[in-house]
Each structure stands twice: as structure tokens, then as C-alpha cells.
Design a protein around this ligand. Structure first.
Ligand code: NA7
Length: 547
């Protein structure tokens, strides 16, 4: 930085610093983006609200938190040394191990020196004259950067519903996505948990084993497949490591960027007779994990086919859960896979414990929260601790929590008032030089997130190098490219059963949120499109030369 580059902000505030790129967030996306750009000689600063790296795995420390993608797949593939030296211990890693991995990566690549921790970005404004972003933080930093890269995560803005009397509860309250750093001991406590999504399904068996009593308030029952987690077999690990690049490459060609170790069947469910179908489902149920939904190619496009898989899971629930009424309440009636499918360890079994009660809040919603507990259907459930496992304002929440303003001072909130509009999920018209990593309109949450992150980071890095080489000041998506892309994302979703339920993919979990199917289905064609856009000199973008 030269002296002439330094401008003073308001008296008392810190001096304005100039960077090539400012990155918001130090989760897996922000960390790799920093590494990649810094290696290419760009001056980069990362801002992170937490006091450590890891993003999702920094915040989601609830008991039982675990990744649903297998460890050997849910890890960076960009460094052969890194993937050879790191040793995962279980088929699916728990949160503490993933956080250790994130810290190892930060140390190994010396990332921390360019990350401002405990620092929340409050605003990002595009200065049209300077063709640069001006970024402000809650610590008084004022930063100017040519590029603003949002690595804010898809599931990082916690959803805490506005239950009447919510803050009057006298005991301890928790949100799964904002769990304390110190261990929480529920021994001897009457615990309540609202929600039965992925987080609750992982936490419930662990908390039930410790608490005096656990009351689960369920609005919508969820399908869940056994994870069949186990220690990793060293021989299997050695086999994978002997050709790790091969596994990454095969995964890259999978619809969700992972799962090549047990690929989906090409056949359709109704082609098989009932017995064959059942044995196919059984094999995948025994194997555990998301592979269950790969039993047939049409499970998410044909309702009748889907019902064969859904019915199989409902049968398993009835087999596992002793009390028929509880089993009935736990049995979903919607399309399986329409909401994010869950993986569990002894979830349904937990309802056979004497110290667990399931309360249906679908027909009689939570009326209010009192100092003593939760009231529904006129009955008060007395509790010592209350957990909100109520999810996230997914995909757009974290971005819109920042006051982002593009050309003409337009806010992102305003631009997206009818739902997010992007080109490739990477960029949005009116906000030049701003990139989103795994933004709405990209495959993101429907894939192995680390694979999607790596693909976006490489694409953004290549784009920035291209602009530098050609001495171009700005890149901005064009309106027709964005319109076509939004239509494309919707058209792909409409070919499937995804839009048929109240999922967070559609924004339906947040009252008042516009309902648009946000992720793009299908990783390989997306990668092809991104590559073609770049190879064609960034088709669908307008590039502006340096002033
Ligand atoms: P989810 O999957 O969004 O689950 C949230 C749960 O909270 C779900 O069961 C909701 O019921 C329930 N919920 C939300 N608001 C309310 C109200 N007002 N009353 C009762 N119940 C409510 O979040 P998770 O944290 O479990 O998982 C998020 C993702 O993280 C997951 O998909 C993985 O990708 C990892 P609903 O279904 O809306 O009726």
C-alpha cells in the first residue's frame, strides 16, 4: 500500500485500507478463496464474525453435530499433501473433528494473518466513480477493495421464530446454530427442543441419553435414513488415498458432486417388481447414508416412484418405534427428499425411551413460551432448558444481513425483494465486482458443499486473473443473462418434485420470505456452463476497462 492510497475515515475511526479483494467469512469458502488469491499475488483481507475459522462448523456445536457427507469426500481436494496427511477417524466426521481440520488448514497455509476475527461486516457499498467496493465493519474498519467476495455461507443466519413470550423463559435457551463453546450439561434437566430438522435429528438421541426428560415439539415429521457411522477402516482409507485424485474426479461427475463410491441406479422405480424394489431399498438402508435416495433415478421426479421409497421408510419407522401412535406421528406424508433428507444415529429408536415425549405442534402450534416452559393445545410443558432447532434463513439470510448497495445505491434487499436473482449464482446485475461463493442459483446446498466451494473459488480466481491480465476494472452480469439464468434454475426445479413441500430450499420456513426455489439442481452441467462462460471471455458479463 502506498501513502497516497491511504485515506482517513471519520475522526476517531481507523484509516481506510486498500485491497484487491475483501472476503466476507472465514468458513471453508473464505479460507480457500484467501489462499488461492493470495498465492496469485492479490492483496486480500478476510472478515469473520467468529473468533476462529470454520464457519458452519464453528457455530453448529450442538450435541451430535456431524457431517452427512462422508469424511473422505467432505474435505478439500486442492492440495494433494493436505489430503494425504490428514487422518479422518470416522465414516462421518463429528463437528469437533471438522473444526480441528479447518484449524489445521488455517495453520498449514498460514491463513490467520489475513483474517480479521471478531469482526462483522456491516455494509458493503459500490463506489461507481472509483469502481471499488467500500466495506465497513462493526470494529470501525473502512476498507476499499476492487472485489467484494461474499463467502457468507448458505446456512449461517439462524432462524429464531418469534414465539409469543419467547424471551420470558426463565431457564437456559439455546439455538443449535449458535451453540455455546463450553460444554452444556443436561444431566438431571427437563429439556425441550422445538424442531425436527437435521440438527434436531442429530441432537435428540444424544440429549435424550443425558437429560432427565426430553420433550420434542414437532411441526413436520422428517424422513431420516440411518447414517451407519463407524470408525474408518485404515485399509479403505489407504485404498482411497492411493488414488485420491481419482475419487475427486469421479465425484465431480456425480449430480451432487459426491457419492461415486455407491452411485445411483439408472433404472426407474416402477420398472422393478415390488420384491426387487424392496431388496434394493433394503440394501441401501443397510449401507446407510444418502445413497438410499440413489436407489432409482426417478425418485425425485415421479411421485408414484417416490412413494415406493417413502412407504419403505414409513414401514421402518413403524418397525422401530414401539408405540403405534408415536410411530404414526413420526411418519412423514410428503415427498421423500423434497426437504433436505436427514441421516441419523438411533433417532427413531430414541422415542422408545421412557424419558422422551413427542408433542405434535402441527395442528396446535406453539401458543406461547412462558417463564416455566412451552404452551401448546392449552397445556404447559414445564422445562429447565429450551433448545430452538429451528433452522436458518437459508441461502440469502447472511447476505441480506449486510447492508449491500450496488449501482445507484440500490440495496441487495431491494433487488431481491421478489426472491434472489443471480447469474450462475456467482453474480447479480447492478453489483459489479461482487461475487457470491455458493450463492442462490448455484448447486450449493444440493451438493457436497466443499466441492461446490472449490469450483467457485477456482472460477472466481481465474476471473480475477483474467481481469488483471486484460487491465479490466469491472465485471458485471448483464440483465438478459441473469433473466435467462433465473428462468433456467426454475425450469430445472419444475421438472422435479422439489417445489412440492415447505422446504427451506424454497424459503418457506421463514414467514414473509419470497418463495423461490433457490439452488440449481445438477452439478456437472453447471460446471460445464461455468467453464464455457469463462472460455468464451465471460459470456453474459459486461467487462469494463480500467479508468
Ligand atoms: P431445518 O431443517 O430448517 O429444521 C428446522 C425445524 O424447526 C423444522 O422441523 C421446522 O419445522 C421447525 N420449526 C421452524 N419454525 C418452527 C415453528 N415456528 N414452530 C415449530 N417448529 C418450527 O433446520 P436444521 O438446523 O435442522 O437443518 C438445517 C440444515 O443444516 C439441514 O438441512 C442440513 O443441510 C444442515 P417445519 O419443517 O418447518 O414444519
Amino acid at each position: 500500500m502506498t501513502v497516497s492510497e491511504v485515506r482517513r475515515a471519520a475522526p476517531g475511526a481507523q484509516e481506510e485500507q486498500h485491497f484487491d479483494a475483501a472476503i466476507v467469512g472465514a468458513g471453508f469458502a473464505g479460507m480457500y478463496m484467501l489462499h488461492r488469491l493470495r498465492n496469485a499475488g492479490f492483496r486480500v483481507r478476510v472478515f469473520e464474525t467468529g473468533d476462529g475459522v470454520g464457519g458452519t462448523w464453528y457455530w453448529n456445536r450442538y450435541p451430535g453435530a456431524r457431517c452427512d457427507v462422508e469424511s473422505m469426500e467432505y474435505s478439500y481436494g486442492f492440495s494433494e499433501e493436505l489430503q494425504q496427511e490428514w487422518e479422518w477417524t470416522e465414516r462421518y466426521s463429528g463437528q469437533p473433528e471438522i473444526l480441528r481440520y479447518a484449524n489445521h488448514v488455517a495453520d498449514r497455509f498460514d491463513l490467520r494473518r489475513d483474517i480479521a476475527f471478531n469482526t462483522r461486516v456491516t455494509s458493503a457499498r459500490f463506489d461507481e466513480e472509483a469502481k471499488r467496493w467500500r466495506i465497513e465493519t462493526d470494529k470501525g474498519d473502512v476498507v476499499s477493495a476492487q472485489f467484494c467476495i461474499m463467502a457468507t455461507g448458505c446456512l449461517s443466519s439462524a432462524n429464531l421464530p418469534d414465539f409469543p413470550g419467547r424471551d420470558s423463559f426463565a431457564g437456559d435457551t439455546y439455538h443449535t446454530g449458535r451453540w455455546p463453546h463450553e460444554p452444556v450439561d443436561f444431566t438431571g434437566k427437563r429439556v425441550g427442543i422445538i424442531g425436527t430438522g437435521s440438527s434436531a435429528i442429530q441432537a435428540i438421541p444424544v440429549i435424550a441419553a443425558q437429560a432427565k426428560h426430553l420433550t420434542v415439539f414437532q411441526r413436520t415429521p422428517n424422513y431420516s435414513i440411518p447414517a451407519r457411522n463407524e470408525p474408518l477402516d485404515p485399509n479403505r482409507v489407504a485404498e482411497i488415498k492411493a488414488d485420491y485424485a481419482g475419487l475427486r474426479e469421479r465425484n465431480y461427475r456425480m449430480p451432487a458432486g459426491f457419492g461415486s463410491m455407491m452411485p445411483s441406479n439408472d433404472g426407474t422405480a416402477l420398472e422393478d417388481d415390488a420384491e426387487v424394489r424392496r431388496s434394493n431399498y433394503e440394501e441401501r438402508w443397510e449401507r446407510g447414508g444418502f445413497t438410499f435416495l440413489g436407489a432409482y433415478a426417478d425418485l425425485l421426479s415421479n411421485r408414484e416412484a417416490n412413494e415406493t421409497a417413502a412407504g419403505f421408510v414409513r414401514e421402518r419407522i413403524r418397525e422401530i418405534v414401539g408405540d403405534p401412535k408415536t410411530a404414526e406421528l413420526l411418519s412423514p406424508d410428503n415427498v421423500i427428499g423434497c426437504k433436505r433428507p436427514c441421516l441419523d444415529t438411533n433417532y427413531f429408536e430414541t422415542y422408545n425411551r421412557d424419558n422422551v415425549t413427542l408433542v405434535n405442534v402441527r395442528d396446535n402450534p406453539v401458543e406461547r413460551i412462558t417463564p416455566k416452559g412451552v404452551v401448546t393445545d392449552g397445556q404447559e410443558y414445564e422445562l429447565d432448558s429450551l433448545i430452538f432447532a429451528t433452522g436458518f434463513d437459508a441461502m440469502t439470510g447472511a447476505l441480506l444481513n449486510i447492508d449491500v448497495r450496488g449501482r445507484g445505491g440500490q440495496t441487495l434487499d431491494d433487488k431481491w425483494s421478489a426472491g434472489p436473482r443471480t447469474y450462475l449464482g456467482l453474480s447479480t446485475v447492478g453489483f459489479p465486482n461482487m461475487f457470491m461463493i455458493s450463492g442462490p442459483g448455484s448447486p450449493s446446498v444440493l451438493t457436497n458443499m466443499i466441492t461446490s466451494i472449490e469450483q467457485h473459488v477456482v472460477w472466481i480466481h481465474d476471473c480475477l486473473e483474467y481481469l488483471r491480465e486484460k487491465r479490466l476494472a469491472t465485471i458485471e452480469a448483464t440483465p438478459p443473462a441473469e433473466d435467462d439464468w433465473v428462468d433456467h434454475v426454475n425450469a430445472v426445479a419444475d421438472l422435479t418434485l422439489y417445489p412440492t413441500c415447505n422446504s427451506w430450499y424454497l424459503g418457506k420456513n421463514i414467514p414473509g420470505k419470497p418463495q423461490v426455489f433457490m439452488p440449481l439442481i445438477g452439478f456437472p452441467p453447471y460446471v460445464e456452463k461455468c467453464d464455457a462462460v469463462a472460455a468464451g471471455g465471460y459470456e453474459g458479463f459486461e467487462l469494463d476497462s480500467a479508468p
